[in-house]
Write a protein that binds this ligand. Structure first.
Ligand code: FE2
Ligand code: FE2
Length: 312
C-alpha cells in the first residue's frame, strides 16, 4: 500500500529544500551573463535637461508603451522591499539568504541601466518618473506572502510576468532605438534566469510537500497582480499596458500560468491532503474564470476592430 505523504511544517520545508536552493543557485552562477550598465549607453547622444527641458515630442511613443516603461522601471526601483520580504521568510544561515543577496545585486542593475537609457533617450518624462519614484518608495508597498511556500510561488509568477513585460515593451520600441531594445533585452534575459530559479525551486518544493505547495499555488494564482500597486495611478497605467498588448490577463494566462502550471503538473499531482484537494478545485475554477474573461475580452476586441474597419 502506498504511504500517504504527511503535511509538513513550515520548518520542514525550509530545511528539506536547502540542498535544492544550493543546487539551483550554483546552476545560476554557472551561467553568467555579465554585462556592464555603462557600456550599454551611448552617452554622447544625451542632452542636458537644464538646456532643453523634456517634451513629449522628443521621443514619440504610444501612451501604453510609455506607461510600460514607467511602471517597469519603478518596479525595479522598488526592489529593496522585495529583498526585505524574502528575508522575512528565511531564517539566518539558510542558503536562500545567499541567493537573496545575489538576486538583489542583479536586480539593482536593472533600475540603473534602464534609468540611464530613459534619460538619454528622453522616452518618458523624467520629472513624472522621479515624482512617481518618491511616492512609491515612501509607501514601501510590496506583496508580503504569508509563508516561504507562498513566497516562492508568488516570485516564480512575478519573475515570469516581469520578463514578459520587459520583452514585449522592447519589441514595441522603434527599430532605430537599438540602445533601448538592447537594454530591455538584457534585463528580460536576467529575469528569465530569476524565473528559472524560482520556478524550479517551487517544483522541488512540490516534490517535498505537495499539499502545502498546492494550497500556496491556488492562493497566489487567484490573487496574483503585477507588482506596482504603490505606483501613482497604477490602475490607469495597467489598463494602457494591457490595451497595448504588452502585459495583461491574456499574457498572464498564456505566457505565465501556461508554462508554470504545466511544469508543476498541478493537474496530476498525487498524495494531496483533503485541504489541498479543495485548493486544486479552487485553482481549476479560477483558471476557468480567467480563460472565460480572456475569451470575452478578445471577442470584444475583435468586434471593435471589425466596426472600426467597416467605418473606414
Ligand atoms: Fe529586474
Ligand atoms: Fe528578476
Amino acid at each position: 500500500m502506498a504511504t500517504k505523504r504527511l503535511p509538513k511544517s513550515r520548518t520542514d520545508l525550509l530545511d528539506e529544500i536547502a540542498p535544492d536552493v544550493e543546487r539551483l543557485y550554483n546552476r545560476h552562477l554557472e551561467a553568467p551573463r555579465l554585462w556592464y550598465p555603462h557600456e550599454q549607453i551611448d552617452w554622447g547622444t544625451g542632452e542636458s535637461f537644464l538646456d532643453r527641458p523634456w517634451s513629449e515630442s522628443d521621443y514619440p511613443l504610444s501612451s501604453g508603451v510609455r506607461s510600460a516603461i514607467y511602471v517597469n522601471l519603478l518596479t525595479e526601483d522598488n526592489l529593496p522591499y522585495y529583498t526585505t520580504a524574502l528575508y522575512e521568510r528565511s531564517p539566518a544561515g539558510h542558503p536562500i539568504r545567499e541567493w537573496n543577496n545575489q538576486w538583489t545585486m542583479e536586480e539593482n542593475r536593472h533600475a540603473m541601466v534602464m534609468r540611464d537609457w530613459v534619460h538619454i533617450s528622453r522616452c518618458i518624462d523624467p520629472t513624472m518618473l522621479e515624482d512617481g519614484r518618491r511616492v512609491q518608495m515612501k509607501k514601501a508597498e510590496v506583496p508580503h506572502p504569508e509563508s516561504f511556500a507562498d513566497m516562492i510561488t508568488y516570485v516564480a509568477l512575478q519573475e515570469r510576468a516581469t520578463q514578459i513585460a520587459h520583452r514585449n515593451t522592447g519589441a514595441k520600441l522603434p527599430k532605430d532605438d537599438k540602445m533601448g531594445r538592447n537594454v530591455l533585452a538584457l534585463i528580460a534575459g536576467d529575469e528569465t534566469k530569476h524565473y528559472l530559479f524560482y520556478r524550479d525551486l517551487a517544483q522541488a518544493a512540490f516534490a517535498i510537500d505537495p499539499s502545502t505547495m498546492m494550497i500556496s499555488a491556488a492562493k497566489q494564482i487567484s490573487a496574483f497582480a503585477m507588482p506596482g500597486t504603490g505606483i501613482p495611478a497604477f490602475t490607469r497605467h495597467a489598463v494602457r499596458i494591457s490595451r497595448e498588448g504588452i502585459y495583461g490577463l491574456g499574457q498572464y494566462l498564456k505566457d505565465v500560468l501556461g508554462p508554470v502550471l504545466a511544469l508543476w503538473d498541478v493537474e496530476h499531482l498525487g498524495g494531496l491532503s483533503a485541504e489541498a484537494e479543495k485548493a486544486r478545485l479552487v485553482l481549476e475554477s479560477v483558471l476557468c474564470k480567467i480563460s472565460e474573461t480572456v475569451e470575452r475580452m478578445s471577442q470584444k476586441a475583435a468586434s471593435s476592430a471589425a466596426v472600426a474597419s467597416a467605418a473606414l
